[in-house]
Design a protein around this ligand. Structure first.
Ligand SMILES: [Zn+2]
Length: 162
């Protein structure tokens, strides 16, 4: 009985998320279909679909491919705004929850726990969670290295000796 209402709630959330994300993407794309330099409408090449992983499951959205504007001196190229914006096709909220729970639990348990409470079903995998944590770790290491490099040399030497 409880699992039925939980499944029902997850299903409802997933449906709301599909509507919400689709509308947000359409609204965002309406600002991307004009040239940033001259304001002319960019010509459509074609339309693809892109899967976005959200806290409430996978959402498939339309993703237009456009031609760059003729005002650009460079040879014409294809512009794919959504691919640029969604580099790893997951929302920040999902990435945050994966990172938060995977920092407390083994990857498999963190993934299973998220799937149990959210309508993720096949939206995430333990290997995806592991890869996300590794990417975050590499980014943190790079940030620390960059911050150390910015320090005055005498302070950086003291930090390294510790
Ligand atoms: Zn232009």
């Amino acid at each position: 009985m409880i699992s039925d209402s939980l499944a029902e709630g997850r299903s409802l959330l997933a449906k709301v998320q599909v509507e919400l994300v689709s509308k947000q993407v359409d609204e965002w794309l309406s600002d991307q279909i004009h040239c940033r330099c001259c304001g002319a409408a960019l010509r459509h090449k074609d339309r693809r679909s892109t899967v976005v992983r959200t806290v409430y499951g996978k959402v498939t959205v339309n993703s237009p491919r456009l031609w760059s504007c003729a005002c650009q001196r460079a040879p014409r190229s294809m512009v794919h705004p959504l691919s640029k914006a969604l580099t790893n096709r997951a929302t920040p909220e999902l990435k945050c929850l994966q990172a938060k729970w995977a920092s407390h639990l083994p990857y498999r348990q963190a993934t299973a726990m998220l799937k149990e409470v959210l309508p993720l079903d096949k939206g995430i995998s333990f290997s995806g969670t592991r890869n996300r944590i590794r990417a975050i770790g590499k980014q943190l290491d790079a940030d620390i290295e960059r911050d150390i490099a910015k320090l005055p040399q005498s302070v950086a030497d003291v930090q390294i000796r510790k």
